[in-house]
Design a protein around this ligand. Sequence first.
Ligand SMILES: *[C@@H]1O[C@H](CO)[C@@H](O)[C@H](O)[C@H]1NC(C)=O
Ligand SMILES: *[C@@H]1O[C@H](CO)[C@@H](O)[C@H](O)[C@H]1NC(C)=O
Ligand SMILES: *[C@@H]1O[C@H](CO)[C@@H](O)[C@H](O)[C@H]1NC(C)=O
Ligand SMILES: *[C@@H]1O[C@H](CO)[C@@H](O)[C@H](O)[C@H]1NC(C)=O
Ligand SMILES: *[C@@H]1O[C@H](CO)[C@@H](O)[C@H](O)[C@H]1NC(C)=O
Ligand SMILES: *[C@@H]1O[C@H](CO)[C@@H](O)[C@H](O)[C@H]1NC(C)=O
Ligand SMILES: *[C@@H]1O[C@H](CO)[C@@H](O)[C@H](O)[C@H]1NC(C)=O
Ligand SMILES: *[C@@H]1O[C@H](CO)[C@@H](O)[C@H](O)[C@H]1NC(C)=O
Length: 548
Amino acid sequence: MLARALLQLYLFNLFLFPVELKPNFLFIVVDDLRPALGCYKDPNAYTPNIDKLAKNSFLFNRAYAQQSLCAPSRNSFLTSRRPDTLLLYDFNNYWRDSKDKNFTTLPQYLKEKGGYVTKSIGKIFHPGISSNYSDDSPYSWSEIPFHPFTNKYKNAPVCFDDSSYLNNPASNLVCPVNVSTTPGGILPDMEILEAAKTFLNHQQSNENPFLLAVGFEKPHIPLKYPSHFKSYHPLDKFIDIKNYSWPKNINNIAYNPWIDLRKRHDIKLLNLNFPWEKISMNYAKKIIQSYYSAVSYIDYLIGILIKQLRILKLDTNTIIILTSDHGWSLGEHGLWAKYSNFDVALRVPLIISLPDDDKLLINNKNDNEYKFIKNNKITRINSIVELVDLFPTITEFAEIPIPICSIVDKSQIINNNNPCSEGISIVPVIAAAIANNSTNITWKKAAFSQYPRPSLEPMLKPNSDEPKLNEIKFMGYTVRTKRFRYTAWLKFNQNKKKSNWNKFIAEELYDHNFDPNEIFNQQNNDSYRKIKQKIKKLLKNGWRKALP
Ligand SMILES: *[C@@H]1O[C@H](CO)[C@@H](O)[C@H](O)[C@H]1NC(C)=O
Ligand SMILES: *[C@@H]1O[C@H](CO)[C@@H](O)[C@H](O)[C@H]1NC(C)=O
Ligand SMILES: *[C@@H]1O[C@H](CO)[C@@H](O)[C@H](O)[C@H]1NC(C)=O
Ligand SMILES: *[C@@H]1O[C@H](CO)[C@@H](O)[C@H](O)[C@H]1NC(C)=O
Ligand SMILES: *[C@@H]1O[C@H](CO)[C@@H](O)[C@H](O)[C@H]1NC(C)=O
Ligand SMILES: *[C@@H]1O[C@H](CO)[C@@H](O)[C@H](O)[C@H]1NC(C)=O
Ligand SMILES: *[C@@H]1O[C@H](CO)[C@@H](O)[C@H](O)[C@H]1NC(C)=O
Ligand SMILES: *[C@@H]1O[C@H](CO)[C@@H](O)[C@H](O)[C@H]1NC(C)=O
């Protein structure tokens, strides 16, 4: 805190800022965004605005969601509890409805403990039952959450396509649109941007610090975007998907049948046999093209939002955090969407941009060190981090840190005045990266995630992608270490709502050193026997034992 004191003195002398200066937070959550970004070295991406943000920022190369489904992932990172603690693996429950799970959320804590104005714009909590139809209001937010008016046209038949078999606008998956002819004449994410700008305009004169949480809705399906963004992504730049098929040596329980895609008009017309028939490579490329186009569209909106922050001079004291709720398969393993335990469904972008003032805070004001982060380069951090780490990270920046949840102190569990975390603040990783001019800081041993299934084979009913709590028969637990991903599928006991670590259904082991796409399951390979035993133990011992 000495550094903070020095910083305050420094600011006080130079700019006559108030001494009690807490940083603002602009927390951007992009729905279903895998790191399909230029700054993540994705050759297909066109994302100039996010790439610009990443300069002088900390970019986490190995950031993972705890479950690749919107509601469970969001509930998890907004409470800093894992899906097993919340017992929320679906859209159909609200954590506060269980008396012993009335956990404090990140915005609630900033509001109550830090005096923050907290505002939710767009999709931050998953709407519906899982946030009590109110985005957890009034607990989390000091203002009424904003949702776009045009969300009600989500499934309107407005998608144009130049391919001959789709002449009439329809409710397609692939959905470039002419915005002026869509109902309302505007798209939801454009409304979200406007609402965020309006909120920022009102903050200049506000004494209190703010947390502005902006949840952009694309590239979630339908892949609806202003059609001109397609011009950045000519179809012929997309090469054939590598290994576009379900590998023989991976158990079918790991397969997610992408049921939500099949409900879209254009996919229905393909007449695919459930669950194994693949989308033709030609149409697969059109889906990929539209995913990247939708990402470029969101990138454009994010550029305007960040510019507004600068215009209002709020950038000098605002920490920007950009992430997603989980990834998305773009044909890898013959799969689409989220709903799985594969790296493509769990890995998320995570970019943390500190204003210069806070860079000073964590680097002891040594001139050389300061230059390191002012050199207009992206600081890539390879340490493993998880979305549950965001809550303790943000609260540490706000100087109201929260501890790691203790296993012994039960009162900690729901004590609202003292919330705790099932993650760990990554501020020390950032500080070490600066202090040591190194991006390979030894940190967590692994990231932990999970996915439930209602059956061994992929099914429509119950829905294998989105089983309800009372339909879950199996749970897949997975860990990602620097080199490996190991997944174990276990029997799930419905009465106890617990997984049985003596009933293994299937295992997977992937060696990312030569198999980044997780195609060669090595679980039966003798060369990996020792390492498999070791990682299996790591998985079973859980996240606490993997902490730094
Ligand atoms: C959920 O919302 C309803 C209706 O607004 C309210 O009566 C209820 O108390 C809320 N649940 C909790 C746990 O706050
Ligand atoms: C749950 O927590 C909220 C706010 O943290 C509190 O107002 C409410 O009374 C709690 N509900 C129960 C049932 O404990
Ligand atoms: C969008 O629709 C309007 C109204 O029909 C039309 O004037 C305009 O040319 C269209 N724009 C594009 C890019 O097709
Ligand atoms: C994946 O594709 C590569 C190159 O096309 C091929 O050599 C390999 O056998 C494929 N692997 C599997 C598991 O299908
Ligand atoms: C940090 O390391 C990079 C390469 O690893 C080097 O180019 C740079 O000069 C270093 N910066 C400082 C301030 O030591
Ligand atoms: C910097 O690196 C050294 C050696 O790798 C390590 O002992 C030290 O803890 C690191 N410093 C920080 C601040 O992480
Ligand atoms: C840091 O980690 C990356 C990725 O694991 C590796 O390629 C690189 O060689 C490492 N750098 C150092 C200095 O250890
Ligand atoms: C087993 O692993 C070794 C070491 O990576 C590899 O060379 C070999 O091809 C693997 N065997 C099989 C059957 O995949």
